[in-house]
Write a protein that binds this ligand. Structure first.
Ligand SMILES: Nc1ncnc2c1ncn2[C@@H]1O[C@H](COP(=O)(O)OP(=O)(O)OP(=O)(O)O)[C@@H](O)[C@H]1O
Length: 300
């Protein structure tokens, strides 16, 4: 059973179509990174799940239970922090936490959540005096109340310093190992790449790609970098067998497809060019995303 199933979610803001037939699932204990440019529709998906906005059509199931549009019923298993957390500024962090406890979280569990999100040192101060990072951490603590099976976090690393970002990453990995599923959006793609098991790429309200993290990054976009005794002649030899190659920063770069590595090496040996260095460079998440978005533009 999937923790979350979104099917054909479509949303109009007035006449603007913000989401168009969006479908994806999250399995128990997995972390799904929702990525895409500004205005792509990530927050709208998250808000639709937690009933902060009414979607126009489609369905959302949490633990096989279909959510009613605009209703919070069925959300007992969902903890969320979307945009800036909704805090009562005149109340302290602990008071805010206790207010959002529906009674199912014991004091000992609240203490554990405070320790895990590292808010104990400022939990007795009024929330209106918190920095952005403190607000984020309290927001995450609130999302962890009431034993969620699904966590929805919109840009949770916003405003966090490097140490807090690192700690949040560890916490999210720990939670996923406990079986909690996580839907997370972030513009910090390097950070996301360290935790996500699965990615869904949204562009102009549509899912343009979804895949597990491993195949997302090992898709046909790796590059072979070759340094040889004569790069100009080497490039010619590699291009002559039909491979896509260029010289970048005094290195021959070959698009890694199929048997490109073997074929390039053979071509160099046949042309009697010495190979000084060979590297295979995997594309990172940011490059993958840019490639997908560029391709999506080209398809239009
Ligand atoms: N309340 C609203 N009224 C009208 N249009 C809206 C509203 N909220 C969002 N939109 C539009 O819906 C589209 C999707 O916005 P959304 O906030 O979901 O994008 P996002 O991917 O979360 O972007 P960002 O990365 O900037 O947070 C955008 O075109 C946006 O202008």
């Amino acid at each position: 059973m999937n923790t979350l199933e979104i099917k054909n979610l479509t949303k109009f803001y007035g006449r603007t179509k913000a989401l168009h037939n969006v479908s994806f699932d999250i399995k128990p204990g997995s972390i799904l990174g929702l990525i895409g440019p500004n205005g792509a529709g990530k927050s709208t998906i998250m808000k639709s799940i937690v009933g902060l906005t009414n979607y126009s059509s489609g369905s959302i199931l949490v633990n096989n239970e279909k959510l009613k549009k605009g209703s919070r019923k069925g959300l007992k298993n969902v903890g969320s922090m979307i945009e800036t957390p909704a805090l009562y500024g005149h109340m302290t962090g602990i008071q805010n936490l206790k207010l959002f406890n529906n009674g199912s979280t014991s004091d000992a569990e609240i203490k554990q959540i405070m320790d895990e999100t590292q808010i104990s040192s400022f939990a007795n101060r009024k929330a209106k005096n918190y920095s952005l990072g403190m607000r984020q951490r309290l927001g995450i603590a609130m999302a962890l109340l009431n034993h969620p099976k699904l966590l929805i976090l919109d840009e949770p690393m916003n405003g966090l310093d490097p140490q807090s970002t690192h700690d949040l990453r560890d916490l999210l990995l720990k939670l996923s190992k406990r079986g909690i599923s996580i839907l997370i959006s972030s513009h910090l793609l390097d950070e996301l790449a360290r935790i996500a098991d699965y990615y869904v790429v949204i562009n102009h309200g549509k899912v343009v790609k979804q895949s597990d993290a491993q195949s997302f990054l090992s898709s046909d976009n790796a590059i072979i970098k070759l340094n040889t005794s004569d790069n100009a002649a080497g490039l010619k030899a590699i291009q002559s067998i039909g491979l896509d190659a260029h010289i970048v920063d005094r290195t021959i770069e070959v698009k890694d497809k199929g048997t490109a590595l073997n074929d390039s090496l053979k071509a160099l040996v046949n042309a009697q060019i010495n190979i000084n260095n060979v590297q295979r460079q995997q594309e990172d998440l940011e490059e993958s995303l840019l490639n997908i978005l560029t391709k999506d533009k080209g398809d239009k």
